[in-house]
Design a protein around this ligand. Structure first.
Ligand code: COA
Length: 173
């Protein structure tokens, strides 16, 4: 298994992996397609095994207003046949060692028991717009004590819209 950056050639394999890993939702697939279509500045890696993409991780910008304030980890996925074999952990630990990632405050909206293994802790500031109670909103390297609602790439909202409305006016929350 090798870990490498995502190339334009393996993007379709990433979309197929996301669809398999999130079988009841196409949100994650649409989100990553939007990142790519709109040329957003994301950091993303895949695990390749026998020429197949078996795991994927992405980080996109987090904002305080228009200012960058860190990175959001999302989405992360391992192909169902390869889950619970340590691959997700290996990919995340690899990403956390990378220069572009290790120097930044990191945020994730996820299962606290899983992400705590890697150093993520419950985050009280900033506030997550998708989880007002912040119960699943976690951070690491975050020393912010300012009260603000953390911003996400526009794709996080537009990927949630019905197909006819994607790319049009965004729904206020
Ligand atoms: C979550 C996911 C990325 C983990 O990757 P993985 O390769 O299966 O995980 P690892 O093998 O590295 O780690 C497995 C360990 O994490 C635990 N774990 C996995 N998902 C968990 C969850 N949602 N909550 C708590 N623990 C979890 C497993 O129980 C296992 O524990 P153990 O080591 O004590 O046996 C993968 O299962 C997946 O793609 N799931 C579907 C998509 C998803 O939910 N992505 C995350 C949200 S964006």
């Amino acid at each position: 298994m090798k870990i490498q950056k995502v190339t334009p050639e393996n993007r379709p394999k990433v979309y197929a992996l996301l669809q398999r890993a999130f079988p009841n939702s196409n949100y994650e697939t649409l989100l990553v397609q939007k990142f790519h279509e709109n040329n957003r500045p994301i950091h993303e890696w895949v695990c390749i095994h026998t020429n197949k993409v078996i795991a994927y991780i992405a980080f996109s910008n987090a904002y305080n207003g228009k200012q960058l304030c860190g990175l959001h980890l999302a989405p992360m996925a391992v192909a169902p046949d390869f889950q619970k074999q340590g691959i997700g952990s290996e990919l995340l630990r690899f990403a956390l060692r990378q220069e572009a990632i290790k120097s930044q405050p990191l945020f994730v909206l996820g299962e606290p028991a899983y992400y705590a293994r890697f150093g993520f802790e419950p985050c009280s500031q900033p506030i997550c717009p998708f989880d007002q109670g912040n119960t699943h909103f976690l951070s690491m390297h975050n020393s912010s004590n300012a009260s603000f609602e953390v911003g996400y790439e526009a794709g996080f909202k537009s990927a949630a819209l019905p197909p006819g409305k994607q790319g049009k006016k965004r729904r206020p929350r």
